[in-house]
Design a protein around this ligand. Structure first.
Ligand code: M5T
Ligand code: MG
Length: 602
């Protein structure tokens, strides 16, 4: 996670260590100043008293003449400490910000490379939460907690060593209760980890609710469900508050409970020290020095415990982020078959079965699908909703992989092609059109890997019967789509995505209900344009209108995941079955419509 920042981080910890050494040296200098320069000798000349700052060099001079040196020493140490603190802070910040920036970039890239199946089962809000809040917890971990823990550990080591040199027995007595402080910290660490995890889960749920309700705001309003959604949100939010409070209380309980231990530790030390001083085992000066020094190890240690507890958030978040990173990416470039010739577009399905991965058992959605189409043919799929038409065409670009049977493209098994190649060769207009909040031109140009002239963009738009509409927008092709620009109608959106796909000039064209929101007249215009564009490319058209599918070379009638009829229009009309029923139904409705129109105008 710190790749590339390891050494900077080590430097940051080292700098903070040097700064804390300088801090301790500061006290030594203070002692030297008090004992040897002022000559009061209050603290005696125990192990600490002399020698720290090479008193030899200063030894022969008078007390007054030493003053400037001591002053210089203080200034030097202050500069030393300040400088190293600064560098430590700077480097730690750079590590934290830099590595989390990279982590965020990586995470985004990783998320967009995960499979369709993963995205089907993972709520968007959950991913947003992990890519933002959890990454931020990691940043805090590196910027404050880890470095703080390093600093305090060093401080403890330096001061404890000093204490050992003062009086070993006293030093050991001063830390007997420390294991309990640490054990308490570990207990709190576990508790807080668990509570924090629950809190993050709830927060992710809340982001999911928020994200979903905002995307679906039109539905919420249309059904006047604001009150219901508000209650739902409030419930989720209250749960978040409850868990957040529990977490904070747990943090709050930490200080007083360790306070008791630390005070007990201090009092024990003071007591034993006092007894030793009274017995004459140690001098009063040493006792006084001890009083100062022991607090320098007890309080930081308690703070260390607190930092360990805080670090739990970073560690939990780390786990949450890693859980995403562990997910396998959808391999884009894996495929044994490296086609050299341009794709012809012959497609053969043989007894293909497929089901979406779900919790537990996978329900079969497509049963024994078999058909064959020559290069350049038009295959139409028609059938009731939920019959599996979208699922069938989704197998072609390998959005999902079929579970049994075989699909071949130009005679090669689909699994042997890389996904990237397939997706480059296939243009798909998806059933639910999606446009980005960019200009119309950018939306049409999306995914076109070559430089394209304006004329080409306009030709594609003309073929999709959207060119004239675009010209009526305030800025024509440069009009922004979405929240900051125009809102397109369903049919307009479909036609923009159609133009986008046509511009891609794919060898295999997949139109999933691409003209369902377009009126019949416009559809006829599109159909005409497509006819001039289609030659040479295999096309799959999913539609509900017979007129759209009539001209296809092969019509597949689907029902409940099976192909119930297949053939060309004339063949299907000649046999009793679903197709003829749909045809008769639709023509009947049209006839009635025409009669109605005739009556109105006549
Ligand atoms: C067929 C299920 C869906 C339905 C069946 C796209 C999709 C579908 N399904 C999933 O479980 N996950 C998915 O991502 O599969 O659905 P379809 O293939 O979308 O049917 P269709 O395209 O023929 O229907 P329509 O309404 O688009 O004409 O049971 O739950
Ligand atoms: Mg569909």
């Amino acid at each position: 996670m710190l790749t590339g920042y390891h050494w900077l981080y080590v430097a940051a910890v080292a700098a903070v260590g040097l700064a804390s050494v300088a801090r301790t040296a500061f006290y030594y200098l203070l002692r030297y100043f008090t004992d040897d320069v002022l000559g009061s000798g209050t603290l005696g000349s125990g192990a600490l008293g002399s020698g720290t700052l090479g008193s030899g060099a200063l030894g022969s001079t008078t007390a007054v003449s030493r003053l400037p040196w001591v002053a210089l020493g203080f200034i030097g140490l202050a500069l030393f400490q300040g400088g190293f603190s600064f560098f430590s802070g700077r480097w730690a910040a750079e590590t934290a910000e830099g590595s989390t920036r990279r982590l965020r970039d990586y995470l985004y890239d990783h998320i967009q490379r995960l499979s369709f199946a993963y995205h089907d089962k993972t709520p968007t809000g959950e991913l947003i939460q992990r890519a933002t809040s959890d990454v931020d917890a990691l940043r805090r971990f590196y910027a404050d907690q880890a470095i703080g823990a390093g600093r305090i550990s060093l401080l403890f080591l330096v001061n404890f060593t000093a204490l050992l040199t003062l009086n070993t027995r006293l030093a050991l007595i001063s830390v007997v209760l420390i294991p309990f402080v640490l054990a308490t910290s570990v207990w709190f660490f576990r508790k807080v980890s668990q509570l924090y995890e629950e809190f993050q889960e709830q927060e992710a749920k809340l982001s999911t609710t928020l994200q979903e309700n905002l995307s679906g705001i039109r539905v919420v309003k249309a059904f006047a469900r604001q009150a219901y959604e508000k209650d739902k949100f409030e419930r989720d939010n209250f749960e978040r508050y409850r868990r957040g409070k529990r977490l904070l209380i747990m943090h709050a309980v930490y200080w007083p409970s360790t306070d008791i231990l630390v005070f007990a530790q201090l009092i024990l030390g003071y007591f034993v020290g006092a007894v030793m001083a009274i017995n004459g085992t140690i001098t009063v000066g040493t006792f006084l020095a001890y009083l100062g020094m022991v607090s320098m190890i007890a309080w930081p240690l308690r703070q260390l415990g607190r930092l360990i507890v805080d670090m739990s958030t970073g560690i939990v978040s780390f786990g949450r982020v890693v859980a995403i990173i562990r997910e396998d990416r959808e391999p884009l470039d894996v495929g044994q078959h490296q086609p050299t010739d341009p794709l012809r577009g012959e497609v053969r399905f043989e007894q293909v079965c497929f089901g979406y991965e779900g919790e537990g058992e996978t329900a079969v959605i497509l049963h024994d699908i078999s058909f064959h189409c020559q290069p350049g043919q038009v295959v139409a799929l028609i059938g009731s909703t939920g019959a599996g038409k979208t699922s069938l065409v989704n197998l072609l670009p390998r959005f999902y992989d079929y579970s049994s049977g075989s699909i071949t493209l130009d005679g090669v098994e689909l699994r042997d092609y890389s996904r990237r190649y397939l997706r480059q060769q296939m243009g798909i207009v998806q059933q639910e059109p999606f446009l980005f909040s960019r200009t119309i031109r950018d939306n049409i140009l999306y995914g076109v890997g070559r430089s394209v002239s304006d004329a080409e963009v306009e030709d594609a738009a003309r073929a999709a019967a959207i060119h004239d509409v675009i010209l009526t927008f305030p800025n024509g092709y440069n009009t922004l789509v979405g929240e900051k620009g125009v809102t397109l109608s369903g049919g307009q959106k479909q036609r923009v995505t159609l133009a986008r796909t046509l511009l891609q000039n794919p060898r295999i064209l997949i139109l999933d209900d691409a003209t369902s929101s377009v009126d019949m007249e416009t559809e006829a215009v599109i159909r005409e344009a497509l006819e001039t564009l289609l030659p040479g490319r295999t096309t799959f058209i999913i539609a509900h209108r017979i007129q759209t599918v009539m001209a296809a070379d092969l019509i597949l009638v689907m029902d409940k995941g099976r192909i119930v009829q297949s053939g060309a229009h004339e063949e299907l009309m000649a046999t009793q079955g679903t197709y003829r029923r749909i045809f008769n139904l639709q023509s009947q409705i049209e006839d009635e419509l025409e009669q109605d129109l005739a009556r109105v105008s006549g």
